[in-house]
Structures are given as structure tokens and as C-alpha cells.
Design a protein. Structure first.
Length: 455
């Protein structure tokens, strides 16, 4: 505990750290705790899992007395899950100081939160729900002495930047502002310039150990993506696994069909109720579920330990999202693997990612069998309402393959249905390709990808 003591952590918090078996401060804690305890404004580059909650929580716990009335500290987070985790962590760190903290977020009623706010002097919340309480008059931020913007870049990605600005302007003018963000886009810089007082900038080394992280990709047709995912999950020795999709619909599609394939998987995304999300995370932490299929929004802020593999079933739209995704594994000296399964629809996004991450290695496609796929929106066809496609070896030996292939990364719009028909025609009528010119868009994507990737 001596290292934490030298940073300025007081006995009440040291006692908790000892109980929690903390041994050494993380890099971000070493660099920021002395500054935040001294009242400095700080801009810190730090990702989920880097120990940043204790870094900013120490200032709140030690500088705000439990007997103080009204809201003295506000922590803004992008998601409900992160708000809950921050509240639980600070409550635990500050239990011998009597820290009065509550969290507010959407998806639950306002009434109970109004009472919680009245009995607290520290609030953690998402921008939308904080604005709800400001409009109702149930939250007054004029006496805020410490403002924390946690995962500021994610709030930007989610479109909360204007809400954040509005909330900042409602806070007390004479305050300490702490901004934590894994990346520093220009919009975040603008917020810092407008609302922070001579901030000290701190950047920790990447929490993920690049020497321990292997990044690979497989380039397959869209109708083979899911089957390859099943094959890899069943054959690549792994611990806890996270599979990322870009949409809620694809998240449910992948999770449901993984379960149908005998893999213990659960989906989590913003369309689920808070109770369902909490239950899913409880199952994952207790290892009742091996694979968590999620969107970026739902996953952000979830501090999940022991993730050995990250799969990108859909390539993220932004390279910063890729950094956040792969940052889930290869932590604290452990080895990890990031697997990208790409098809023609992913090329545009993956070209940008590959340009910034040339270390991603192409892998030879293994022999695998076609998995059975069921589509929920096709009513009356099986448990998930879908069609069974039988099984197929990657290199032939098709068996019971009815109607050709489908686009497993499906969408329900008309354009995608046309593409699905095209895929079926392509598989069984390759000779029609040149005469009808149906695949010029897909071919151009592949050619452009080949030019950029040089493979």
C-alpha cells in the first residue's frame, strides 16, 4: 500500500484497497492521482480497464465531505452499464468515508432517482437522463465542484456532444474538470479548450500489450461468415469471448444461431431492458455464458476480465471503435487474439482499419462445414422462424443444401434482399455473371480492397 500512500491516498481508501488486494497502482493512477488530489484540471488518455475510476474517484472521495448537501460532483458516462459500474466502484472505494453517491440513467423510472439524488452529493449519470432531471428541476448542478467526463470520445460517437455541452454550462463555474478518453478527436479538444482551466495532459501507454495480442483476418464470402465463426469458436481454444456486431439486429441473429449451434452465447445491446442486460452480464461474469455477442454501445464501459478472444463479425465503422474492441483482450500481461471475419460489405471499413493497423495478418481459410442458419423474420420455419441450410464443407461435399447461399450478415431492406438473390445466382450460375453484370459492385469492392491491402 505504500505506493498508493505516496500518491496521496488517505487511510480510509487505503484500507479498502488492501481489502480488495490491490498491490500496485496502474500507470494512469500513478500519473493522475497526485494531480487530481491537488485540484488540477486533467485530460487523461485512458481506456476501460486502465484503473481510471480510482484515479478520478480519489478526488471525489477525499475532497467532498459526506455531510455536504446538494450535488458537489457529477460524473458523465456514455452508457447505463458504465454509470452503474462507476457508482459501485466509488461507493466501495469510499465506504469508510461515507461517500453519498447515486447513478441515474434511462430505462428505469424517474421517481426513485429523484429520491436518490436528494440523498446524495455525488451523481453518476448518462447525458440524456441528466438532462431529464435538469428539466424537471430534480437536479441542481450550480454547486458542482468536480466534473468528470468519463469516456468522452464514446459520448461523442453516440451523438451526446451537444447534451454534454449543455450540462457543462449548468455546472458551477469554479470547479475542477477531469476528462478521460481513450482517443482525442478534435471535438473533444474543443470541449477542453472551452471548458477547462489550464489542463494537464496525461497519456498512459496502451493498456493492451501489443506483443501479447495477435490480430488476424479471414476474407470470405458473406454467406460463409457465420459458418466460419462457428468453426473458429469450436476449434480455437479460448476463454471468455466477445463477438462484435454493428447493429442490434445482427447481434440477435448471431447470438440466436450460435446457441442453435450448441455454443453458450448471449446477446447484449441497447434494445434490451435493463434487467435483461444485467442478467446477461451476471451470466457472463459467472461463466454460465462463454460468448458475449454485443454492439459497441452496449459493450462500452463494461469492464470484463479474462477475455481471450475478440471477434469482429462486422468491421467497425471507425478505426477508434476497432481500438476499443481489441482493447478487451491481451490485458495485464495476458495473451489475446483479435479475429476479423470480413466479406465484401466490410471492405470499405476494413481498408481504413488495415491502413492504421498493418500488423493485422491474413489467414488461410480452414476447411469448415456450413452451419445451419435460422432467420427470425421468416415466420413459421423452425424455432427461430428460419430456414435450415444443411451442412457444407468449405471445399465441397455439399449435402442437403437447399436454395443456395444467403447473406448471413443480413438486413431486412429491399436492397439487401436483391443482394441475397444475387448471391444465390452467383453460387449456382457463375456463367451468368459477365452477361448480366450483376456483380460489378462486389467485384469493385474486392478489387479496391486488394489494391489497398496489397495481398
Amino acid at each position: 500500500m505504500e505506493k498508493f500512500r505516496k500518491l496521496g491516498i488517505k487511510d480510509e481508501v487505503l484500507r479498502v484497497l488492501h481489502e480488495m488486494k490491490f498491490e500496485n497502482p496502474t500507470e494512469i493512477q500513478e500519473k493522475t492521482i497526485p494531480l487530481v488530489l491537488d485540484g488540477k484540471d486533467v485530460i487523461a488518455g485512458a481506456a476501460t480497464g486502465s484503473g481510471k475510476t480510482l484515479a478520478f474517484g480519489s478526488a471525489i472521495i477525499q475532497n467532498i465531505k459526506s455531510e455536504e448537501r446538494n450535488i458537489k460532483a457529477l460524473i458523465l458516462t456514455p452508457t447505463r452499464e458504465l454509470a452503474q459500474q462507476v457508482e459501485e466502484s466509488i461507493r466501495e472505494f469510499g465506504k469508510y468515508k461515507g461517500t453519498k453517491i447515486c447513478s441515474v440513467y434511462g430505462g428505469v423510472g424517474l421517481g426513485g432517482q429523484v429520491e436518490d439524488i436528494a440523498n446524495s452529493n455525488v451523481v453518476v449519470g448518462t447525458p440524456g437522463r441528466i438532462l431529464d432531471h435538469l428539466r424537471r428541476g430534480s437536479l441542481d448542478l450550480r454547486e458542482v465542484k468536480i466534473l468528470v467526463l468519463d469516456e468522452a470520445d464514446r459520448m461523442l460517437d453516440m451523438g451526446f456532444i451537444d447534451d454534454v455541452e449543455t450540462i457543462i454550462n449548468k455546472c458551477g463555474k469554479f470547479r475542477q474538470t477531469l476528462l478521460f478518453s481513450a482517443t482525442m478527436p478534435k471535438e473533444i479538444r474543443h470541449i477542453a479548450n472551452r471548458h477547462m482551466n489550464e489542463p494537464v495532459e496525461i497519456f498512459a501507454e496502451v493498456y493492451v500489450d501489443p506483443s501479447k495480442l495477435k490480430q488476424v483476418y479471414y476474407d470470405v464470402s458473406s454467406n460463409e461468415k457465420f459458418s466460419l465463426l462457428v468453426h473458429l469458436l469450436k476449434n480455437d481454444k479460448s476463454g471468455l469471448v466477445m463477438v462484435f456486431c454493428n447493429t442490434q439486429r445482427n447481434t440477435d441473429f448471431v447470438a440466436n444461431n450460435l446457441k442453435h449451434a450448441g455454443i453458450r452465447a448471449q446477446a447484449i445491446h441497447g434494445g434490451h431492458s435493463q434487467n435483461k442486460r444485467d442478467k446477461t452480464m451476471e451470466q457472463f461474469h459467472e461463466k454460465d455464458v462463454d460468448v458475449l455477442v454485443c454492439t459497441d454501445v452496449a459493450a462500452r464501459g463494461l469492464d470484463i476480465k479474462g477475455v481471450s478472444h475478440v471477434y469482429n463479425y462486422d468491421s467497425p465503422n471507425e478505426t477508434s471503435q476497432y481500438v476499443h474492441r481489441i482493447g478487451r483482450t491481451a490485458r495485464a500481461g495476458a495473451e489475446g487474439k483479435a479475429v476479423n471475419i470480413i466479406s465484401d460489405r466490410d471492405y470499405d471499413n476494413f481498408i481504413r482499419i488495415k491502413r492504421e493497423h498493418p500488423e493485422i495478418e491474413r489467414q488461410e481459410i480452414p476447411e469448415f462445414e456450413r452451419a445451419q442458419i435460422r432467420f427470425k423474420h421468416e415466420a413459421g420455419r423452425g424455432r427461430f422462424g428460419g430456414r435450415s441450410f444443411g451442412r457444407e464443407s468449405r471445399f465441397g461435399n455439399r449435402r442437403n443444401f437447399r436454395g443456395g447461399s444467403r447473406n448471413f450478415g443480413h438486413s431486412g431492406n429491399r436492397g439487401d434482399r436483391r443482394d441475397n438473390r444475387d448471391n444465390r445466382n452467383f453460387r449456382h450460375n457463375d456463367s451468368r455473371r459477365s452477361s448480366h453484370g450483376r456483380f460489378s459492385r462486389r467485384d469493385s469492392r474486392r478489387e479496391r480492397f486488394a489494391q489497398h491491402s496489397r495481398f
